[in-house]
Ligand binder design. Sequence first.
Ligand code: ADP
Ligand code: 5GP
Length: 191
Amino acid sequence: MKKGLLIIISGPSGVGKGTVRSFLMDEPSLKLAFSVSCTTRSPRAGEVDGRDYFFISHEEFEKRLSNNAFLEHAEFCGNCYGTLKDYVENLRNEGKNVIVEIETQGARQIISKLNEDDEISIFITCSSLSELERRIRGRKSENEESIFSRLNKAREELKLAPLYDYVVDNDDPKKCATAIKQIIKNKLKLS
Ligand code: ADP
Ligand code: 5GP
């Protein structure tokens, strides 16, 4: 069986990565799977452990880090996030094309490590920082401090878009997902 692709999807917090992903997952022919990351942040209302993230303590995160369990990891606005190496490898070995939805420091670590034949990187962006702020506020998940810190981070992250193979604007999540599906199909040489 052919090993699956690693599909890196990045973009500032609140740009709509999770929303776009829900539209991507509706196409079985792409054989997509989502890499569930570990995080030390607390679950938001409605988030489920093992589906959205593996919610773990700082101690557990450090333990996994010292056991070399992460393909990449980063600190983002006061919390730690990491992609589990085995989780991704197992899915790819089953032929799944695995989406890792991560911020830019982690994406840089993977982009520099992997062979371009089996990896693709996509940066999702939006029209302005004020639109980003509107989206983060609209999600009602963050306090003022976290909104401020995420917007500050976004200023830096937006500058890194040229590192990625593709930059896709999310002015509409369904359209954005359609554009990403086409990028993945082209990479897989599907029509
Ligand atoms: P991320 O996963 O990048 O942090 P989310 O998917 O949680 O972002 O989206 C943040 C908020 O923006 C959500 O409330 C979502 O419904 C909204 N959103 C997503 N895409 C768009 C869009 N194209 N236009 C307006 N709002 C959007
Ligand atoms: P949030 O707290 O909004 O869920 O995530 C904050 C940021 O961390 C988002 O940009 C999200 O995509 C990113 N993120 C989620 N999981 C990982 C991961 O495993 N590694 C890295 N580097 N970033 C992650």
